[in-house]
Design a protein around this ligand. Structure first.
Ligand code: SF4
Ligand code: SF4
Length: 306
């Protein structure tokens, strides 16, 4: 048994802004909903979402004997999160201006796990950052961190939607668990739905990936059918409009300081960039996942016709 207080202290010590603990359980409702979403064809070309469906809804299928999921969140809100000047045609989602969060958060979780094992050496578990089949947003709701907004993102009362998540699935029981977040605070608001340039936000809190700029620019092979609205990697439009982001603080963890200013790199500079320069300037950022060729394709798609 591990104390919930020591878990939360360790999370804060390594730089997380929020931490909640929930019991492992099979997420039946989410499984039904996700299968319907896949059947409806909304996953576009993101075929990997079909993998490991049996594990995705049950954390104990990922870690034998798992009892608890510790869900941590860190704010990354920066100077670019709330939008760019109207004529910017080289917009990049604000999370992607930083070091790749998979690396930063994995490192923080490793440090946290090591801290917890100092007092609970019997603790076993696995660390996850957006890369394993784990339904992290629902687990965050179960751990009391926030609710899932109409644009399908986690909304936290203190830090809004500009948060990144990491989890520890462990065999240990906690001495107390957090209450699931109660209901949604979206109320009558529909700003994210209205703000989406392609109408990609569907009813029941889900996204049509085939119409989403973020999916198309980061992982898609063809963006010809949708408006990119100046975005060349990701899209923050359904976040920057959210009233819960208006008064939230800027990130406080230096690991999430931006490494470059997207508005200072012109379309011409992108199109003339060599692979060597690209790697030298953006190594370690999420842009490497997409690659220069795809970014240049997106830049070309954003150049207005004469
Ligand atoms: S990321 Fe952009 S394109 Fe995708 S749902 Fe949000 S606003 Fe729409
Ligand atoms: S913009 Fe409005 S509807 Fe969308 S997540 Fe924020 S509060 Fe909810």
């Amino acid at each position: 048994m591990i104390s919930s207080l020591s878990i939360k202290r360790a999370a804060a010590d390594v730089g997380f802004d929020l931490c909640g603990i929930t019991r492992c359980r099979h997420l039946d409702r989410n499984e039904r909903f996700f299968r319907e979403w896949l059947e409806a064809g909304h996953s576009a070309n993101l075929d990997y979402l079909r993998n490991n469906l049996d594990k995705r809804f049950d954390p104990s299928a990922l870690v034998e004997g798992a009892r608890s999921v510790i869900v941590c969140a860190v704010s990354y809100k920066n100077a670019f999160s709330m939008g760019y000047d109207g004529d910017c045609r080289t917009k990049i989602a604000s999370y992607a201006c930083n070091r790749d969060y998979h690396k930063s958060i994995k490192q923080m979780l490793r440090q946290m796990f090591a801290l917890l094992r100092e007092t609970s050496p019997e603790m076993e578990g696995r660390l996850f950052v957006d890369s394993a089949p784990l339904l992290e947003k629902q687990l965050a709701v179960d751990a009391g961190l926030g609710w899932i907004g109409r644009q399908s993102l986690l909304v936290t009362p203190r830090f809004g939607t500009f948060v990144l998540l990491g989890e520890i699935v462990t065999t240990e029981e906690a001495d107390s668990y957090d209450r699931p977040f109660d209901g949604s605070r979206c109320g009558e608001c529909r700003r994210c739905i209205d703000a989406c340039p392609n109408g990609a936000i569907l009813p029941s809190h889900c996204i049509d990936a085939s119409r989403c700029i973020s999916c198309a620019t980061v992982e898609g092979n063809d963006t010809a059918d949708i408006r990119l609205n100046g975005w060349i990697f990701g899209c923050d439009e359904c976040q920057s409009c959210c009233p819960y982001n208006r008064h939230t603080p800027m990130h406080g963890n230096a690991a999430f300081d931006p490494r470059f200013d997207p508005s200072s790199i012109s379309s011409g500079e992108w199109l003339g960039m060599t692979e060597e320069t690209f790697t030298a300037r953006f190594a370690g950022t999420p842009l490497m996942r997409s690659g220069l060729e795809r970014l240049q394709r997106n830049v070309r798609r954003n150049i207005p016709d004469d």
